[in-house]
Ligand binder design. Sequence first.
Ligand code: SF4
Ligand code: SF4
Length: 702
Amino acid sequence: MTGHIIFIAVTLAAAGILAWSFSRIFRIISLLKKPYSIANTGERIGLLFKNVLGQKKILRFRTAGIMHALVFWGFLLITFGSAEMLIDGLLGTPFDADPANDRIFSALGPVYDILIAGGDIFAWVILILVIAFLIRRNFLHVKRFSGKEMRHRDHKDATFALILILLLMVSLIGMNAAYVAHAGADAKGIFPVSSLMAGLIPHNSSLTIEMFMWWAHILLIFFFANYLPYSKHFHVFMSAPNVYLSKTEPLTKMNEMESVTKEVKLMLNPDAPLPEDEGEPERFGMKDVEDGTWKNYLDSLACTQCGRCTSVCPANQTGKLLSPRKVVLDYRRRMEEKMNGLLKEGKSYQDGKSLYPDYTTYEELWACTTCNACAQECPVNIDHPSMILEMRRYIFLEESKAPALINAMSTNIENNGAPWKYSAADRFNWADNLKIKINGEEKDVKVPLMADKFAEGKKPEYLFWVGSAGSYDEGGMEISRNFAKILEYAKVDYACLGTEETDSGDNAKRAGNEFLFQMQAFMNIEIMNGYEVKKIITCDPHDFNTLKNEYPDLGGKYEVIHHTQFIKQLAEEGKINLNHKIFENKKITYHDPCYLGRGNGEYEAPRFIVEKIGTLTEMHRNKSRSLCCGAGGTQMFKEAEKGDKEIYELRTEDAVQTGCDIIATACPMCMTMMKDGVKMKNKEQEIRVKDIAEIVVESLNI
Ligand code: SF4
Ligand code: SF4
C-alpha cells in the first residue's frame, strides 16, 4: 500500500514537472509566426514512416546510422514495457505479494511474448551501443562532434544523457533477470537473454532485487523525461513532431513574405485598394528569436547536435566561420536566455541583445551558398537555410547593410533587369548570328520571339526562359546558343521573350531583398500570363527553381522544365539521336547543380544524356551528396568570406580525382565556377568544362 501511494505521488510529481516544461514551450510556440500550411497530412505521415520509423536519413551515415537506428528501434520496443510498468504501477499490482501476476499487457498473448522478447534483446543491444557511443564521444575525437558551437557543457550533457540511458538499460536487464529468477515458470513474456542470467540470482533475494531494479528503472525514466527538455537529447521527444511538421516543398523553395507582397502590389498598381490597417507593422526578417516561426523554434529543440549538417557544409569545409549547426543552436540558446522575459511580457520584451548579431554573426550569414546540403542531411529535417535567409532579410530590408557588391547587384537588377551593369536592350544579343549545320549545310537560325509569334496569331508550345546568366554571362550565352541549336534541330515549337524578359529575382531573393524579387516576379508573370505561357524550358537551375516553386505563390503557375530534362525527352521521342559515341573514349564526370539536384530532385536526366554520349565517372560526392560549386546564394556576386580555400577549388579537386577528361555541368553559374577551378589547378589542357547542351550539340555535330 505504501509503495503504491509513493508511486502515485512520484508519478504525479514527474508528470506535473514535465507538463510545466511543455506548457512553457507551447506558450512560446503560440507567440511565434506560422511558417506554412501543415494541411497535407498524408504526405506528413509518409515522412514519419520514412524518416522516423524507417530512419532513412540517419542511415545516410552508414556505421553511425546503423548504431543509432538500432538504439531507436530498441527504444520503441522497450517503451512498450515501460508503458506497462507505468500502468501496473498506477494499478498497484507490482506492490502485491505476488508480482508474478502483475503484467497487464500479458493478455496480448503471443504478441506480448514477441514484444517483451524484443525488448529483452534490445536492452543488451542498446547497452553495448551506448558504451560504444560513450567511447566514441569521449575518446575518439570524431570531428563532427567538435566545433566552436560545441561548449564543454554540451559534451558533458551528451555524456550524462548517455550514462542515464546506460543506467536505464542496466536496471531493465537486472529487473528482467530477477523477475525470471523469482517468477520461474510463471513469468509472463519471453526473456531470451535475461533467462540465461536468472540462474546467477539467488531465489531468496530475487524479489528484493527485482523490486529494487523496478524502482530504479521507473525513477530513472521519470528523471530522464524531465531532464530531456533541458538537454540535447530532447530530440527523443521532438524529432517525430519536427519531422511531421517539416517543409514538404522542394528544399530550395524559399517562402514569400506576405507583408511584402501587399506593398509590392500597391507599388505596381497605385490604384489598388489600400490594405486594412493591421496595427504595428511587422519587422521584416529575423533579428531576434521572436521574429522567427514556431518551426524555427521546434527545429532548435529537435537538434541532436550530431553535426551532420556542418560536416557537409561547403562553407564550413573551406574554413569559413559558418556552421549550420551553430545557426540552429544559436536560436535555442538565445531562446533559453530570453524565454522567461518573453513568457512574462510577450513579444515586446527586450533585453538589449538579439540573435543577430550577438549570436549569429554577419560573416556567418553571408557565407551561405543556400546549397541545402545541411537540410538534406539533417536526420530531423531541420531547415537551416530558411533561418539564414530570414536574418539576411533583416539585414537587407531593415538595416540596409548588405555587402556592397550585393547592393550593387540589386541596383543593377533594378536599373537594367540583370545583376550586371549591362543594358536591358542587349538582353537578346546572345541570339545574334546563330548558325546551325544540318547535313553538312550551315544555315542561319532566327530565335523566335513571343511578340512576333503572337502578332502572327500563333501560341508557341514552349517559352525558352533564357535568364540573366544565359543572356549576359559569356559562358551562359554559349549555353543559350547551344540549346537554341538543339531546339531548332528538333523542330521544337518555342519562342523567347527577348528584351521583354527581365531578371527572375532569384538572386535578389537569396540576398534577402524580397521587395526586389517580388517586383521582378510580378513583372515577369504579367508578361508570361499575357502570352498565355503554359510550359517553360530553361537552362538555369536557379531560375528553374524560382519559376517552378516560387512564382506560383505570386500567381505564375507554369510547367517548368530544365533543359537536361527536355533534351532527355527529345532523345526518348527520337527527335534527336544521342547515340553518337563521339565522346566514347572520354571520361565525363557530372557536377550536380544544387538547385537542380538537391533542390528539385533531378539527378537522372543529365546522367542519361552523359551515358548516351560518353563514359560517366562519378565524383565521390554526387547526387544528393554533391558539393556545391560555391556560386549560389548570391556568392557569385560578392567576395567570398575568409576561409582556407575557395569552394570551387574544393569541388574541382573532387572532379580532378576522377581522372576525367570533361566536367559536365547543367548550370551557367556552375560552369563558371568549375572553369575557374580548373584554371586554378592548371588543368586547362587536360580537362574541359562543358554544359550538357554543348556536349549534345557536339555529339549531334550541328
Ligand atoms: S545551405 Fe549550404 S552553405 Fe548554407 S549553411 Fe547549409 S550547407 Fe552551409
Ligand atoms: S541541425 Fe540536424 S544535422 Fe545539424 S546537428 Fe542538428 S540534428 Fe544534426
